[in-house]
Design a protein around this ligand. Structure first.
Ligand SMILES: [Zn+2]
Length: 149
């Protein structure tokens, strides 16, 4: 069975003035949250949340800010995106395994303000062709596959 583990070890972001960290939580503009937010301490190590995968590359969650980064991990069944993580560059293109350090948590609160709970965003996307919804992206609730130590 496919599992993910908490990449920061700090658990779910609960309510702050911008919303909550669980899958489906409300966001401004009528959107819903497509992932799960794990609390973090900016600068801390972020660990690989899947048993085994390949670190495909670096992501830029915001078009207007090229300092906030993320990473894409590809496993056998899912793609995992994590945002507000500065990836270890030497891992790009290489295999990574559960709990291995993959990057450093960034400080997302600097885009908002200090009332936001610092966190790493994690989202799970099934591979195209198996579960894809036409014209949009299908996301899996990470909580459903969260487990293990
Ligand atoms: Zn999030």
């Amino acid at each position: 069975m496919f599992r993910i583990i908490d990449p920061t070890g700090q658990g779910l972001r609960e309510y702050d003035p911008w919303g909550a960290g669980w899958f489906g939580a409300e966001r401004p503009g009528g959107r819903t949250h497509t992932g799960m937010d794990f609390k973090c301490t900016p600068g801390q190590v972020v660990r690989c949340p899947v048993l085994e995968g390949v670190m495909v590359g670096t992501l830029r969650p915001y078009d207007d800010d090229d300092t906030l980064l993320g990473l894409l991990l590809r496993s056998t069944q899912f793609d995992i995106k994590m945002f507000y993580v500065d990836p270890l560059p030497e891992l790009i293109g290489n295999k990574v395994i559960a709990t291995q350090p993959v990057g450093t948590a960034q400080d997302i609160t600097r885009r908002y303000d200090i009332r936001m709970v610092p966190h790493v965003h994690l989202e799970v996307i099934p591979h195209q062709g198996s579960y894809c919804l036409e014209g949009s992206t299908l996301y899996i609730n990470p909580k459903l596959i969260l487990g293990g130590k």
